[in-house]
Design a protein around this ligand. Structure first.
Ligand code: ZN
Length: 243
């Protein structure tokens, strides 16, 4: 089975649709690693579209924020305003969908979490040291995470737990090599690695082959909708810069 791996759509329907069009019929199932909503202008449209696909989806911190499950005083003011708007905008059906999302999932060789296996909703794995500390918190060979909005592979290189970061090579299928890995597909709707293109991946779960991908999408169309809903300007401009 080939799986479309997506994360951090962040209510960006244009990016989500572009990814689906780009990945066409190259997958049979979708694994979504959370943060379907938050920041972007299309929370209902993104949840509705996801629901039409054969998929499983995890809860992210922004999904929980939209449900009022988190104390959002720790969010910056722009993120907070977007959370309030998202909460008011989501339909009861879509709130119920988000409400039911699990925080982790184990399937075959893969453990899935939004942030990290140790702290599924919250922890950012932004460096090899943090990745190294997480390998003892899952039992499968591989763990897939989102949350940082940066595509990367962390690989445990020896029995001492030393871990190194491997930069993604786009559009090249690689065989996961048996070393334990924590892999991030990047963000569909709000990339933060100085590349504004939507990020996703394709995984063949039988052969354990992985492919990171990027695809450009119509950012001005999304920004126009964000302006219409008076979402914070900083959230609007960051899309074109990829941070
Ligand atoms: Zn996110």
């Amino acid at each position: 089975m080939r799986v479309l791996i997506i994360s951090d759509i962040h209510a960006n329907l244009t990016a989500f649709e572009t990814v689906l069009a780009d990945a066409r019929n190259e997958w049979e199932y979708v694994w979504c690693l959370g943060d379907v909503v938050g920041y972007g202008p299309d929370p209902n449209e993104c949840v509705d579209l996801l629901k039409t696909l054969p998929h499983l989806c995890l809860a992210g911190n922004h999904d929980w924020a939209a449900l009022g499950r988190l104390d959002i005083r720790t969010f910056n003011p722009d993120a907070r305003r977007a959370v309030d708007w998202t909460r008011e905008t989501l339909t009861a059906d879509n709130l119920a969908y988000l409400e039911a999302l699990p925080t982790t999932f184990v399937i075959g060789n893969y453990t899935l979490a939004h942030g990290s296996p140790r702290e599924p909703v919250w922890e950012y794995i932004l460096e090899p040291l943090i990745a190294a500390l997480n390998f003892s918190h899952f039992e499968t060979p591989y763990c897939l995470v989102g949350h940082t909005h940066q595509p990367i592979i962390y690989e445990q290189i020896d029995d001492q737990g030393d871990t190194e970061a491997i930069a993604p090579i786009y559009r090249q299928r690689i065989a996961l090599n048996g070393h334990r890995q924590i892999i991030n597909p990047g963000s569909v709707g709000q990339p933060r690695d100085a590349n504004p293109d939507a990020a996703y991946a394709i995984l063949d779960v039988e052969t354990n082959q992985w492919e990171h991908r990027r695809i450009a999408y119509n950012i001005p169309a999304v920004q126009k909708r964000m302006r219409k809903y008076e979402l914070p300007e900083r959230l609007i401009s960051r899309l074109e810069h990829g941070w």
